[in-house]
Design a protein around this ligand. Structure first.
Ligand SMILES: O=C[C@H](O)COP(=O)(O)O
Length: 242
């Protein structure tokens, strides 16, 4: 099994002055889990020397070329990133990213030596109509490239209706989906039993311990609560204690 991973996603938040929060987070560290902060690309190059990993939030599927405004996986690696989020629901919706595009970005990440955190998850309508597991199956099949291994890929299950809403699935619902993801990975990949599988969506200090007690949950992808060390540190501590 992979080491536990507490991953923060700052989304489109943060100026250079806000990097002081990472120094504060570093001072409070000492937990035996991996910590990753996925920053806006503008800030990644300013984070050398901190005692945790730094990641990007997206990359292009091409290595280089005429793609104004985009950045490649190699560019992220070049400024010190070790991970990149691919297929976040906000990019799937805002930028019309398909499973095939997510798979291509994830493959590009692997080729640049980055770990891809591939996001999947259902909408509230899909949850309500009983198609959650079918949606998960389709996203896993379409978004996770064949070159994925437990060393270069982490899956993040993020129910879209739980992101930034304060609504969290029951632990039974999380358990069902995580067990399903684990089974699908084990069936497809030789090391599928070893992939990290994160939960994401309104993770807070108050609910973290219950979520981390769910079988097959190996960590979290945390949005809003990763912005302040006072909010993120208790989540890291809960993961370390799980
Ligand atoms: O990438 C993180 C997820 O979108 C969760 O965001 P949230 O913790 O603000 O709900």
């Amino acid at each position: 099994m992979r080491r536990k991973l507490a991953a923060g996603n700052w989304k489109m938040n943060g100026l250079r002055a806000d990097l002081a929060a990472l120094d504060t987070l570093a001072e409070q560290r000492g937990f035996d889990v991996d910590v990753l902060i996925c920053l806006p690309a503008t800030l990644i190059g300013s984070c050398a020397g901190l005692p945790f990993a730094i990641g990007g939030q997206d990359c292009h599927s091409a290595t280089h070329g005429a793609h104004t405004g985009d950045i490649s996986a190699a560019m992220l690696a070049d400024i010190g990133a070790t991970h990149v989020i691919t297929g976040h629901s906000e990019r799937r919706s805002d930028h019309h990213e398909t499973d095939a595009m997510v798979a291509a970005k994830s493959r590009a990440a692997h080729e640049a030596g980055l770990t891809a955190i591939i996001c999947i998850g259902e909408t509230l309508v899909q949850r309500a109509d009983g198609s959650t597991l079918a949606v998960i199956d389709a996203q896993l099949a379409g978004s996770v490239p064949d070159c994925a291994t437990a060393d270069n890929t982490v899956i993040a299950y993020e129910p879209i209706w739980a992101i930034g809403t304060g609504k969290v699935p029951t632990t039974e619902q999380i358990a069902e989906v995580h067990a399903h993801i684990r089974a699908r990975l084990a069936a497809r990949f030789a090391d599928g039993a070893d992939f990290g599988i994160l939960y994401g969506g309104s993770v807070k200090a108050e609910n973290a311990a219950a979520i981390f007690a769910v079988p097959h949950v190996t960590g979290a992808l945390v949005g809003g609560a990763s912005l302040k060390p006072a909010d993120f540190t208790p989540i890291i501590a809960a993961l370390a204690a799980s």
